[in-house]
Design a protein around this ligand. Structure first.
Ligand code: ADP
Length: 294
């Protein structure tokens, strides 16, 4: 089983000709509301691929919360630990201009109320998982408590450093792997560089293994035995939103099945590539029966 501990957000998207300058008002398209949040994206992606998946997260008692719950339920995610807070759900306010550039404001809402006490109640679920997946859209103290609980019960901890933020050393030491893109790797190390060198330096920070995703160039897997390059299938990229979440979800699923890290990453790269062929995040994720690009 895979358990995702993370955020659940409604993505509110408006298309504009030009994003407004300070003090300016512009007219935009109809509002589109999509289920999102890195945690929910990963849970939906892993469940669609046929995994048994649970989520520990918080939604609000508003209309967005109902939509977010339904999206997770439709994918078959176990909702026993999807908690409800009095107040608003997390939302991302997204404006996209005709050039494809966007401006995003995230209001964490209920995600900010996922506290270490919630982890305690979810201990049986965390302890029963083979792999527990984390990202950084919930309070870091909650990530820390849940990672310790999961690892203490024998689960494998996977952490996506997204959005980039400092992580306590004891959490880094539990990661197997730490999953970063090039931007997040540079954030942790304080400099850019050749991906293979960055991977080795990241290993030096203490995680058991490291995975750097490289977009169309695939990914690098690093553990104490060495660095392995994993290719990405060539596809026509329509929208890369949520591709990293699909990658991590597929990775966790295969690790939970007992695959080695490089084999799991090869599968994850195919799922990530499938997710860039269609618009949106959750709407782009492949189903279990679907043929993946090779
Ligand atoms: P993030 O979305 O977190 O920045 P990446 O851009 O590295 O992460 O993408 C994550 C994964 O999605 C990649 O490792 C790859 O498997 C897949 N992917 C992303 N962009 C492309 C692309 N243009 N072509 C093929 N695969 C892609």
């Amino acid at each position: 089983d895979v358990v995702v501990v993370g955020s659940v957000n409604a993505d509110l998207v408006i298309g504009v000709e030009r994003r407004p300058a300070p003090g300016e008002t512009v007219l935009g398209s109809d509002l589109a509301t999509y289920p999102g949040g890195k945690g929910a994206n990963q849970a939906v992606a892993a469940a669609r691929l046929g995994g048994r998946v649970g989520i520990l997260g918080r939604i609000g008692d508003d209309g967005h919360g109902a939509l977010l719950r339904e999206a997770l339920a439709d994918a078959g995610v176990d909702l026993a630990h999807l908690l409800v807070t009095d107040g608003p759900s997390g939302v991302a306010l997204i404006t996209v201009d005709t050039g494809g550039d966007n401006s995003i404001i995230v209001s964490p809402g209920a995600n900010a109320r996922l506290v270490p006490g919630d982890v305690e109640r979810a201990r049986p679920m965390l302890g029963g998982a083979a792999v527990v997946s984390f990202q950084l859209e919930i309070p870091i103290g909650t990530v820390q408590a849940a990672a310790r609980t999961a690892a203490g019960a024998g689960a494998r901890v996977v952490l996506n450093l997204s959005p980039p933020a400092p992580v306590p050393d004891d959490v880094l030491a539990l990661c197997d792997p730490l999953v970063v893109n090039e931007h997040e790797a540079a954030f942790l190390l304080g400099h850019q560089g050749e991906p293979a060198l960055l991977a080795r330096e990241l290993l030096g920070l203490g995680p058991r293994s490291v995975l750097i995703t490289l977009g169309a160039d695939g990914a690098l897997v690093a553990d104490p035995s060495g660095v392995t390059a994993v290719p990405s299938p060539k596809v026509e990229a329509v929208d890369t939103t949520g591709a990293g979440d699909a990658f991590t979800a597929a990775l966790c699923l295969r690790l939970a099945c007992g695959d080695g890290l490089a084999d799991a990453a090869r599968y994850a790269a195919r799922v990530g590539a499938a997710a860039v062929r269609k618009p949106g995040a959750q709407s782009s994720y492949p189903g279990a029966g679907e043929e993946l690009p090779a």
